[in-house]
Design a protein around this ligand. Sequence first.
Ligand code: FAD
Length: 496
Amino acid sequence: MSHAEGAAHQNSTPEFDVIVVGSGAGALLAAIRASDEGLKPLVIEKADLLGGTSALSGGGIWIPDNHDMPKVGLRDSLEMAYRYVKACAKGLATDDRVLAYVETARHMARYFLDYPWRNKTRRDRNMTGGQALIGSLLTALRKRNIPLWLETPLQSLITDNGRVTGVVVLKEGRALQIMAQQAVILGAGGFERNQAMREQYLPQPTDQAWTATPPGANTGDAIRAGAEAGAQLHLMAHSWGVPTMMVPKEEKFRPMFVERSLPGCMVVNAQGKRFLNESGPYPEFQQAMFANHQATGGAVPAWIVFDATFRANYPIGPLMPAAAVPDSRLRKSWLNQVYWKGESLEELAAQIGVDAHGLKESAARMTEFARTGKDLEFDRGGNVFDRYYGDIHVKPNPNLAPIAKGPFYAMKLFPGDIGTKGGLLTDRDARVLDDAGKVIPGLYCIGNNSASVMGPAYPGAGSTLGPAMTFAYRAISDIKGQPIPLERTDLLESKL
Ligand code: FAD
């Protein structure tokens, strides 16, 4: 049976061994390793640019117990990493898959380091972050003459007796069948740009505009295609949550990772009340917005409020510190779109439609917490994670300063994301499983196209790119008929 049957205007092309769908970091690594293993890969990409969200990311890759750690005096172990991820995954990822990730990540990293890390450009000599990551992968792709077809979206999978044997793509306006001798690897990202899927699966309210990923691309096409081929879907209600904000004329919302941790700001709902630890991990921040909105109806959007001292010293969103760029030099159009301003808290509250009494009370309480160093409501600054993004010059708590000096400012925050994390259920070799838990032959899935190995959690920086690249690495070994065995199977039997 073919999902391609009946598609109009189809042509056939020469066969490839492996067809990789998408061109994020995991997808490109899969194509490169496939080539190094003597396979003939093809990469197809929907957009007119390659790299997807991976190219815009920080490029952080989490490699547990990696070879660089001892050089800087850090200790880690497979066992600690395994126990940590297993605890975070809360039973929503299988133990052997968690173990496969923590064990194989360092082998993948060693392999990855075998080709150039920092790609130089004429514009600024060196690229960093996600651009460097994708740049180096592109360099490796080109050295191997691996074909990459841009503007070639996957439409559906071709199956034959339950085995995935190829793809149907749209190329230059025509449906085209491409056959894969060995496997199709789906790495076409999540569904964060698909409003209907967001409404079907994610917590409400939800809006595709709130995501910080590139517009238009990740609309869950390959999740849908995989499901049509019988794949089981998992973790569909979860996203890599982060508060985001809108800046006019920018094509996507900006994530707010850091600024909310700096001292002298607080986040309030329409009642003017704080409802979370502003410095906490960003997915927890997003979840707290949904929870409070359900309870009060006033946390979407929420408001980050800060005073003149904060504004003078720190950047926030697109605003550079006032010491460098005073309000008079900010874009006029940003006032009441990007930031709101009032000489007093009452004036600010009236402008943003927040309860003035609640806002004043919250600011007074924060000012008192800053004096004692103890946030009695949400324990902001009470752990090493919070303090990491604080200001070490501020005492006694690097995350707390008075919110007392006018003028006062506010910015609007939405419960956004940097991608969704639900998708096709896979095993430890990235093989896609059907509703009965059986492998669908010929079909592999990585990155946000697949259900995350981290379950509902965001255990640390690099939790999306690390697994995407690691499972890409494992998939190729499996396709070659040499699956990577697990080393520490004893851990699977041990209790947490
Ligand atoms: P993408 O990288 O988005 O790639 C998917 C690709 O598939 C896209 O190019 C898309 O165009 C293509 N595609 C979609 N549909 C089709 C189709 N039908 N046919 C063909 N191609 C298709 N994560 C980390 O681990 N570390 C970080 O430091 C980090 N920093 C981040 C910073 C920011 C600002 C953002 C926004 C995200 C960050 N993330 C980080 C998250 C991370 O970037 C994503 O989770 C990750 O890139 C997802 O990888 P992916 O390959 O699944 O998807």
